[in-house]
Ligand binder design. Structure first.
Ligand code: KE4
Length: 470
């Protein structure tokens, strides 16, 4: 298979790291894959994962702490992870995987980065949580404001869900309106108002939204198909003067990977302005991933408010919402809109976020992500088509996705035309080949700076092999 031919700065060209062995600390610098695919296939067993998962199911609902991890839509045995490093992941049976989930986005510079771990070790010497302001919050806030000019002030929280809860309350407080528009298949965390035709785990599990969400919580949530300008215009015409905000994933990752049409984002900017509503980009997934300034830099569209998460915590629990100063100054204690959090801005998450963003600032980072991810998705889709499968896919920077349908996929209804049974079979076969994708057709995939040419070529070779037998 022809290589990627990446002419990159030397810092991007070392080979993948090997696993951290608690017994004997192996050299964690970059060395070749610890085991070959053939060796792995011969010994591939999930016996320990199965035992651990059976025990987990007695302790935690479905044996997991987040539904998508339970492999419900792909079937087979969920794997219990032992360790991660760089682009790699190892389960408790010793199987090694090239990881394209990256903890759902945070691992953009590679898992367990040595400099992040060292910085965390230093911070931990001073404690793990203060419950009071610390300088690290100023540092990360300054970095976020510098990276995302539309964010003139930011509030840190502990998850993307919290960020989306806060931004919704703020939009309603600022506009004195209650209704919001969200898009089918988009996921903005599990707060009640958003659990309407949501994506991610709700879509993965095919849930009719969720019981326990009172009608009163969603009666002000209006929905439209993604990329559907007419549907949005009709909602504004019908609910004139009532809509506080439009919230969307500027590139969808929670219904699979779906890009906005060129005119869609521009239309949303215009229609919200015309109606004195706010445009909210939920960049929990796209922030610092599509570009250092996120989707709003990539598409050159300025929202009124933005949510962030994942990457800005470098793998530790964090979320954030921010935007125009006049809006943010409504947030307590500067203003009357209440929102709080015990561990918000905690020193460990701030430290990991700061180190991660520092690495992403290095020249060539996003060009590298675009090259390796482009090669990956082209290789997978090309292999699938050559084997006669209906498949389509795409990427932007280090975010990608593919559907088992001809495409193009413009919205969630298009995405649902995918052959999810075929995806499940493909998924499990790729797992045995040592490749770990998100365990759902309705999720995006992620690469990082430690995904090397070897990872990409091995993945494409594995896909070619699996497609033949699919
Ligand atoms: P968390 O509360 O899971 O940190 O963030 C919620 C959220 C908000 N907005 C967007 C655009 C998101 O993608 C997410 C969470 N993403 C999912 C991945 N599809 C998290 C994975 C999971 O639920 O386990």
């Amino acid at each position: 298979m022809a290589g990627i031919g990446l002419s990159l700065p030397s810092k991007f060209t070392h080979a993948p790291a090997t696993r951290h062995r608690s017994s004997s600390r192996c050299c964690l610098s970059s060395v070749k894959m610890t085991i070959s695919v053939d060796e792995q296939k011969k010994t591939f067993t999930l016996k320990k994962s199965e035992e651990a998962f059976n025990a987990a199911k007695e302790l935690m609902p479905g044996g997991v702490n987040s539904p998508v991890r339970a492999f419900k839509s792909v079937g087979g045995q969920p794997i219990i992870i032992d360790s991660v490093k760089g682009s790699r992941m190892w389960d408790i049976d010793g199987n090694e995987y090239i990881d394209y989930v990256g903890s759902w986005g945070p691992a953009i510079i590679g898992h367990a980065d040595d400099e992040v771990l060292a910085a965390l070790a230093e911070t931990m010497k001073k404690g793990t949580s203060f419950g009071a302001p610390c300088l690290l919050e100023n540092t990360l806030a300054e970095m976020v404001l510098q990276a995302v000019p539309s964010i003139e002030m930011v509030r840190f929280v502990n998850s993307g869900t919290e960020a989306c809860m806060g931004v919704l309350r703020l939009a309603r407080a600022f506009t004195c309106r209650n209704k919001i528009i969200k898009f089918e298949g988009c996921y903005h965390g599990h707060a009640d108002p958003y659990l309407v035709k949501a994506g991610s785990g709700v879509a993965t599990l095919g849930l009719p939204d969720s019981p326990g969400v009172p009608k009163s919580a969603t009666e002000d949530t209006l929905t439209a198909p993604y990329n559907d300008i007419t549907a949005v215009q009709n909602l504004f015409n019908t609910h004139k003067g009532e809509i506080a905000a439009v919230i969307l994933e500027p590139v969808v990752g929670n219904a699979g990977f779906i890009k906005p049409t060129p005119e869609f984002l521009n239309f949303l900017k215009t229609v919200t302005k015309e109606n004195d509503s706010l445009l909210i980009f939920d960049e929990v997934m796209t922030g610092f991933r599509l570009a250092y300034g996120g989707a709003q830099e990539f598409f050159n569209i300025t929202p009124d408010l933005t949510t962030l998460g994942k990457i800005i915590g470098g793998g530790l629990p964090v979320g954030a919402y921010g935007g125009r100063r006049e809006i943010m100054e409504m947030v307590a204690p500067a203003g009357p809109m209440y929102q709080a959090g015990t561990l918000s801005g905690n020193p460990l998450a701030m430290t990991a976020g700061i180190q991660t963003l520092k690495r992403l600032q290095e020249p060539g980072s996003y060009e590298y992500l675009d090259k390796v991810t482009g090669r990956l998705i082209e290789g997978i889709v090309d292999a699938g088509k050559r084997a006669g499968h209906a498949i389509s896919g795409g990427h932007i920077s280090g975010m990608f996705g593919f559907f088992f349908t001809e495409g193009p996929v413009y919205n969630f209804d298009d995405a649902k035309k995918s052959d999810t049974a075929k995806f499940a079979k493909f998924y499990r076969a790729m797992l045995e080949e040592g490749v770990y994708f998100a365990p759902s057709q309705f999720e995006a995939g992620f690469t990082g700076l430690k995904h090397m040419e070897e990872d990409i070529e091995r993945t494409i070779d594995a896909a070619e092999k699996v497609f033949k037998d699919l």
